[in-house]
Design a binder for this molecule. Structure first.
Ligand SMILES: *[C@@H]1O[C@H](CO)[C@@H](O)[C@H](O)[C@H]1NC(C)=O
Ligand SMILES: *[C@@H]1O[C@H](CO)[C@@H](O)[C@H](O)[C@H]1NC(C)=O
Ligand SMILES: *[C@@H]1O[C@H](CO)[C@@H](O)[C@H](O)[C@H]1NC(C)=O
Length: 588
């Protein structure tokens, strides 16, 4: 009596990417490594850092910082004698300067091993123009007890509380230097001369060049040698706490008065002969840049009695790994939509031993990945979906095994960083009409979804059915004629590393339109195009709600142009092809 003549095939294939050593930074901060040296041929400062902080970190998103070996993210070279291309009289970022408002890769390196990022929050939110479009506002709730975030990078967009504390920050004096910008100028904490909390002159109303306030980049031109022997430097502007708090997220996230918290443009350029980050443009020839330093004898700095040539000691003032906890912020100015992750994870090593945390389910390699396909078994227990067209698909205790399946690991590259996609699992579901119906046309295409946790999504009972039902609902076809394959991937591009908190789900769908159907392939195709991302997201959300899945939010990122296929109109041939493709038929 169960669904007559209906069948469901579920195949799950696991793809194990061959990985080069990819390990996460130890959560107690013990993996930190930082060295700094200077060279005169060419005049270069070189920092080598492995991306791990010198203090415990706390995960407020789905990512952990890698002990990284990524190309371009290990050795940083910058000008030893910085050259200035900004203006000494105009605070405007429109004056000659290097724009960073869409730069998603690190713009500097901090002494705690953290990478400095501009206020840009990533391609999803677009060019940063003001506080409400900045990372601090949009994702400030994911900045941890030290003011930094853990993604694939450990990086900072606001004053790093723990580092400031370790380097001797007090309220009445100039902040310590906390790192280097990649144009070669120093980066300080939030306090300028006399301990003043630095802000832009446009906010304070001060006269740039005369008052103690920064230009619109977040930099301060002052060449009298009272701060340092540079003529220009940056401040990480904004409020901070003591640096020993265990609360997560760090609750003193700065408000609009301190925008930009980190440089949104550079006043320096790349002198000839020095290898700089690509976005640090070459200094113009013909004297439009000026010397950015005075009586300078460049070395690796010594700050608060700590010499940076071999990095800082572990930060004993920071909250211990075991003491870290999630907390509620009573006051914060960040976007409410960016609530902290609920799946916070803590994996502190035992207190007395050193240990290595290795990658578990996700892997990143710098080389092309080799895929191994394994066979596995999937079991579903009674998942039911009701669609808007009121068709019901019921899968009861079905088990399916694939003997062979094709899983493709794709890799994409960005201009700056080798990027690897790791596929964790592919889930395929087919719910179709009884064999015997003649296949006439198919509409095929793909959707890119974003979810918080792809594994959780694909493993959730009914989720794949809901995707199929959502597509069916949007196109007017019966849900039983929609074949859906879900593939998890991690798409990493250097421009998105700091912000991509969501995981990608690739949905490949295939809609079979039987002979004699009143719905045509063209109308199905048009319905998908017309629905668009927003329309499909609404339909999938409705189907998920109908399936009782209310805790997973699905965003439709993009839709491919559906393709209409007209295969051999022979039922037997089609079925044989299907069997070959899917490996198994399930009947009940
Ligand atoms: C910030 O910039 C965005 C984008 O240009 C703009 O829509 C918004 O009104 C600005 N917000 C403020 C407070 O100026
Ligand atoms: C945050 O506050 C809510 C409501 O008071 C409480 O239920 C929750 O447990 C708190 N969360 C944390 C992590 O303290
Ligand atoms: C994602 O979900 C899976 C399955 O529920 C879980 O094992 C994993 O820890 C989750 N990942 C994160 C980062 O929360």
């Amino acid at each position: 009596m169960a669904s007559m003549g209906k069948f469901v095939v579920i195949s799950v294939a696991c793809l194990v990417a061959h990985e080069a050593s990819a390990a996460f930074c130890a959560q107690d901060g013990s993996d930190y490594s930082y060295t700094e040296s200077v060279s005169s041929s060419p005049d270069t400062r070189t920092v080598v850092a492995n991306g791990c902080p010198n203090h415990p970190w706390y995960q407020l998103n789905d990512r952990k910082p890698y002990l990284n070996t990524w190309e371009g993210h290990v050795t940083y070279t910058m000008p030893l004698y910085p050259q200035f291309v900004g203006s000494t009289t105009s605070p405007s970022s429109g004056s000659p300067a290097i724009d960073l408002s869409q730069t998603g890769s690190p713009i500097g390196i901090l002494f705690n091993g953290g990478k400095l990022f501009s206020p840009y929050a990533g391609s999803e939110t677009g060019q940063v123009k003001n506080y409400s479009t900045s990372a601090t506002y949009l994702i400030g709730s994911t900045f941890d007890q030290c003011g930094c975030f853990t993604t694939l990078h450990f990086g900072c967009h606001v004053p790093p509380h723990c580092l400031l504390n370790q380097l001797g920050q007090t309220s009445g004096s100039h902040s310590p230097q906390i790192g280097w910008a990649f144009d070669g100028f120093p980066v300080y904490g939030p306090r300028g001369p006399g301990g003043v909390m630095m802000q832009t002159c446009s906010i304070t109303g001060g006269t740039y060049g005369a008052a103690v306030c920064t230009d619109d980049c977040g930099g301060y031109y002052q060449n009298d040698g009272t701060i340092d022997e540079y003529y220009y430097r940056y401040y990480i502007q904004g409020t901070y706490d003591d640096g020993d708090s265990c609360s997560n997220p760090g609750c003193t996230s700065p408000g609009a008065d301190y925008y930009p918290n980190t440089p949104v443009c550079f006043g320096g350029c790349c002198p000839s002969g020095v290898t700089c980050k690509s976005f640090v443009k070459a200094c113009p020839t013909g004297g439009t840049s000026s010397k950015g330093y005075g009586a300078l004898t460049p070395t690796a700095p010594t700050i608060n009695g700590l010499t940076l040539s071999s990095g800082l000691p572990a930060n004993s003032g920071a909250c211990s790994c075991h003491g870290l906890s999630a907390d509620n912020c009573t006051s914060s100015s960040w976007a409410t939509s960016a609530s902290p992750w609920t799946t916070q994870e803590k994996s502190c090593p035992p207190t007395t031993t050193s240990s290595t945390v290795t990658a578990t389910s996700s892997t990143v390699t710098t080389t092309s990945s080799t895929a191994t396909t394994t066979s596995s078994t999937a079991t579903t227990t009674s998942s039911t979906v009701t669609t808007a067209t009121s068709s019901t698909v019921t899968a009861t205790s079905s088990t399916a095994t694939t003997t062979s399946s094709t899983v493709t690991a794709t890799s994409s590259t960005s201009t700056r960083t080798t990027t690897t996609t790791t596929t964790t699992a592919t889930t395929t579901l087919r719910s179709t009409t009884a064999p015997g119906s003649v296949t006439v046309t198919k509409v095929k295409g793909t959707l890119d979804l974003d979810v918080l946790n792809c594994t959780m999504f694909t493993e959730r009972e009914g989720a794949i059915l809901a995707v199929a039902a959502g597509i069916a609902s949007a196109t007017g076809v019966d849900a039983k004629s929609v074949l859906v394959t879900l593939t998890c991937s991690r798409r990493l591009s250097s421009d998105d590393l700091s912000v991509r908190r969501l995981e990608a789900v690739n949905v490949a769908y295939e809609i079979t339109i039987p002979a004699g159907s009143t719905i045509t392939a063209e109308s199905v195709k048009n319905a998908i195009v017309t629905s668009g991302s927003a329309g499909l997201a609404t339909k999938i959300a409705a189907a998920m709600t109908a399936a009782g899945i209310t805790d997973i939010v699905v965003k439709v990122n993009s839709i491919s142009m559906p393709a209409v296929e007209i295969p051999v109109s022979d039922a037997v041939a089609s079925r044989v092809a299907l069997v070959a493709m899917l490996g198994l038929w399930m009947w009940w």
